[in-house]
Design a protein around this ligand. Structure first.
Ligand code: HEC
Ligand code: HEC
Ligand code: HEC
Ligand code: HEC
Ligand code: HEC
Length: 486
C-alpha cells in the first residue's frame, strides 16, 4: 500500500529532477504568497493605488502562471525517464499494467487534480480580478498619469463621474473587448516611449457606435420635455454683478409612446437618418447634410451652391449623440464659465471688487506649466490688489487668498499645459458659442440649402426660447421661484 505522502514526495522529486520544473516551482512558490497578500490588499481596498493593481495583474500574475507552466512543462518533457518517470509514457504504462501500483496512480491523479484545481482557481481569480482591473476607472484614468489627467479631472467633475470609462469607450461584447486590449497595448507603448500626441486628437474616429454605449443607458426616443436652463454669470464690473440667462431648451424626444419625434432629439428618432459630409479633421466644416425621412424620401442641404466638383470630397458620417454631446463627461469649461462657477459656489468671494475681471485676465494668460500658472496667478492678483485696494487687502487678507486659490482651481481643472490643452482646445458642440460659428451652427447656419432653397432652420426659437439674458433679476424666475427673492 502506497502512502499518500509518498505520492507527494514522488511529485516533488519529479519536479526536483527537472531543472525547468525546479525554476518553475521556485517562481510559483515565491510569487504565490505575495500574490495572495497583494490580491487581498487590492480586493479589500486596503491599498488603493493603480500601480499595485499593475504589479499584481500585469507582473505577478503572469509570472505565477509562467511558473506553473514551467513546472508542468518540465514534468512532461524535460526529465530523465529512468529516474521517477512521472507523467512519461513509460511510467504511466508501468503503473497501469502492474496491478499493485494502480492505487498509487490513483492517488497521484488525485494529487495532480487537486493541484490543478487549486491553480485553475487561482488563475481564474487572477484573470477575473485582472480583467476588472484593466476595465477600472482607476486604471484608465490614473495609470498613465500625465496623459489621462485632463480627461480624468474633467470626468470627475461631470454628471458621468459614476460611469466607468469602459462603458463609453469599449462597451460590452468580445469583439470590442479585444479591439480595446489591442489598442490599449499600442497606447501603453506610446506612453512608455513618449510618442503620444499632445493634446490627444479628437474627434476620436474609432469610438464605438452610440447604439452600444450611450444607448445602453439612454433611450433616444425618451421624452426629455422642455428643459429650463438657468446660467449664472458674473459681470466684469466692480461689483461682479450676478446676472442670469434663462433658456427653455426644446429637448423634446425621438418619438415616445405614440407621440411624434420633435424638438432637438428629433435628430435621433429611430426613423430619421442624417448623414453629413465634412472636410476638416475637427468636423467643423460641413459641406452637405442628407436627411432620410421615415418614408425613405431624401432631402439634401448643401452649402456649396451645387458645385459638383466638391460633392464627393470629404468624409461622411451618420449623425448621432456624439455630434452634439461630444463632451458628455470630459467637459472643459471656458474661462468665464469656470470662474462664474467658482464665484457662484463661493470659492472666489464675490465681495472682492473686480475679481471676475482680474481673475479672468490672469487665468487666460499662457503658461508653460501648471506650477508657473499658479505662481503667476497668485503674484498677479496680489500685486494688482495691493496697488488698487491696499486697505481692503490689509484689513481682510484671507479674502484675497481665497480668491487666488479659487482662480488657481478654475485654471487647474480646465487647462493642462503638459498635454498642450488650453482654454479652447476641446470645444463643446452642444451650443453655438457667442459668435454662432460652431456646434449646432455647423448645420443650422442658414447657408445649407436644398435645391428649392429651403434651409436648416436657424431661427432663434427653433431650439430654445430665450427667456432672459444677462439679467440681474429675471422676471420669469421671480415668477417661478416666488417673488421674494431672485
Ligand atoms: C459618458 C461617456 C464617457 C465616459 C464615462 C468616459 N468618456 Fe472619454 N470620451 C467620451 C467621448 C464621447 C469622447 C469624445 C469624442 C470625440 O470628441 O470624438 C471622449 C474622449 C476621450 C479622450 C480623448 C481626449 C478628449 O478629451 O476628448 C480620452 C483620452 C478619454 N475620453 C479618456 C477617458 C477616460 C480615461 C475615462 C474614465 C476616467 C473616460 N474617457 C470616460 C465619452 C466618455
Ligand atoms: C452606464 C450608463 C451610461 C452610459 C453608457 C452613458 N450615460 Fe449618460 N448618464 C448616465 C447617468 C446615470 C446620468 C445621470 C447623472 C445624474 O443625473 O446623476 C447621465 C446623464 C447624461 C446626460 C445629462 C447630463 C446633464 O448635464 O445633466 C447626458 C446629456 C448624457 N448622459 C449623455 C450621454 C452620452 C452622449 C453618452 C454616450 C457617449 C452617455 N450619456 C453614456 C448614464 C450613462
Ligand atoms: C442635435 C443635437 C443632439 C443630439 C443628436 C442628441 N442630443 Fe441629447 N441633448 C441635446 C441638447 C441641446 C440637450 C439639452 C442639454 C442642456 O443644455 O442641458 C440634450 C439633452 C439630453 C439629455 C437630458 C439632459 C437633462 O439634463 O435632462 C440626455 C440624457 C441626452 N440629451 C442624451 C442624448 C443621447 C443618448 C443622444 C443620442 C441617442 C442624444 N442625446 C442626441 C442635443 C442633442
Ligand atoms: C449635421 C447637421 C446638424 C447639426 C450639427 C445639428 N442639426 Fe439640427 N437639424 C439638422 C437637419 C438636417 C434638420 C432638419 C431640417 C428640416 O427638416 O428642414 C434639423 C432640425 C432641427 C430641429 C427641428 C426639429 C423638428 O422638430 O423638426 C431642431 C430643434 C434642431 N435641429 C436642433 C439642433 C440643435 C440644438 C443642435 C446642436 C446641439 C443641432 N440641431 C445640430 C441638422 C443638424
Ligand atoms: C440649432 C439650435 C439653436 C439655434 C437656432 C439657436 N440656439 Fe442658442 N443655444 C442652443 C444651444 C444648444 C445652447 C446651449 C445650451 C447650453 O449651454 O446648455 C444655446 C445657448 C444660447 C444662449 C446662452 C449662451 C450662454 O452660455 O449664455 C443664448 C444667449 C442663445 N443661445 C441665443 C441664441 C440666439 C440669439 C439665437 C438666434 C440667433 C439662437 N440662440 C439660436 C441652440 C440654438
Amino acid at each position: 500500500m502506497v502512502k499518500f505522502t509518498d505520492i507527494v514526495k514522488a511529485f516533488v522529486k519529479g519536479i526536483a529532477r527537472s531543472k525547468v520544473s525546479l525554476i518553475g516551482a521556485a517562481i510559483t512558490t515565491i510569487t504565490f504568497p505575495v500574490l495572495v497578500i497583494a490580491g487581498i490588499l487590492d480586493v479589500q481596498g486596503i491599498i488603493r493605488n493603480p500601480y499595485l493593481g499593475f504589479f499584481i495583474y500585469m507582473v505577478l500574475s503572469p509570472l505565477f502562471i509562467t511558473g506553473l507552466v514551467l513546472v508542468f512543462f518540465g514534468l512532461f518533457f524535460f526529465k530523465g525517464k529512468e529516474e521517477v518517470g512521472l507523467f512519461t509514457y513509460d511510467y504511466l504504462k508501468e503503473q497501469f499494467t502492474a496491478p499493485n501500483k494502480f492505487v498509487r496512480l490513483r492517488k497521484l491523479i488525485t494529487v495532480a487534480t487537486f493541484l490543478t484545481l487549486l491553480n485553475v482557481f487561482v488563475i481564474g481569480l487572477v484573470s477575473y480580478t485582472g480583467y476588472h482591473y484593466t476595465e477600472s476607472v482607476s486604471f484608465c484614468g490614473t495609470f498613465c498619469h500625465q496623459v489621462m489627467t485632463p480627461e480624468y479631472t474633467a470626468y470627475q467633475n461631470s454628471p458621468h463621474s459614476r460611469v466607468a470609462c469602459v462603458e463609453c469607450h469599449i462597451g460590452s461584447g468580445a469583439e470590442w473587448f479585444t479591439k480595446a486590449k489591442i489598442s490599449g497595448i499600442k497606447q501603453l507603448y506610446a506612453v512608455a516611449f513618449n510618442t503620444y500626441p499632445r493634446p490627444i486628437k479628437t474627434p476620436i474616429d474609432s469610438l464605438r457606435p452610440v447604439k452600444d454605449t450611450c444607448e445602453e443607458c439612454h433611450r433616444p426616443e425618451f421624452f426629455q420635455g422642455d428643459k429650463l436652463i438657468v446660467k449664472d454669470k458674473f459681470l466684469p464690473d466692480e461689483k461682479n454683478t450676478h446676472v442670469e440667462t434663462v433658456l427653455l431648451m426644446k429637448v423634446g424626444s425621438g418619438g415616445y409612446r405614440g407621440e411624434k419625434a420633435h424638438g432637438i432629439h428629433w435628430h435621433v428618432a429611430p426613423g430619421n437618418k442624417i448623414v453629413y459630409r465634412y472636410t476638416d479633421d475637427a468636423r467643423k466644416t460641413i459641406t452637405d447634410v442628407t436627411l432620410t425621412k421615415p418614408g425613405g424620401a431624401e432631402v439634401v442641404f448643401s452649402n456649396d451652391d451645387g458645385k459638383s466638383e466638391k460633392a464627393n470630397q470629404g468624409t461622411t458620417r451618420v449623425m448621432d449623440c456624439i455630434d452634439c454631446h461630444n463632451r458628455p463627461t470630459h467637459i472643459y469649461l471656458s474661462p468665464d464659465e469656470a470662474l462664474d462657477q467658482k464665484l457662484l459656489t463661493g470659492k472666489i468671494p464675490t465681495e472682492l471688487p473686480f475679481i471676475k475681471r482680474q481673475a479672468k485676465e490672469e487665468v487666460t494668460r499662457s503658461y508653460a506649466t501648471l506650477e508657473e500658472a499658479k505662481n503667476s496667478i497668485a503674484t498677479g492678483l496680489r500685486s494688482w490688489y495691493k496697488k488698487n485696494y491696499p486697505d481692503l487687502v490689509a484689513k481682510n487678507p484671507s479674502m484675497l487668498n481665497q480668491a487666488i486659490s479659487g482662480a488657481q482651481q478654475a485654471y487647474a481643472e480646465n487647462v493642462f499645459p503638459m498635454m498642450s490643452i488650453g482654454w479652447s482646445t476641446y470645444q463643446n458642440f452642444l451650443g453655438h458659442g457667442e459668435d454662432f460659428d460652431r456646434g449646432c451652427f455647423r448645420c443650422h447656419d442658414g447657408s445649407h440649402r436644398t435645391a428649392t432653397g429651403e434651409t436648416i432652420p436657424a431661427d432663434c426659437n427653433t431650439c430654445h426660447i430665450l427667456l432672459a439674458q444677462d439679467d440681474p433679476h429675471p422676471k420669469v424666475l421671480q415668477g417661478l421661484r416666488g417673488s421674494s427673492n431672485q
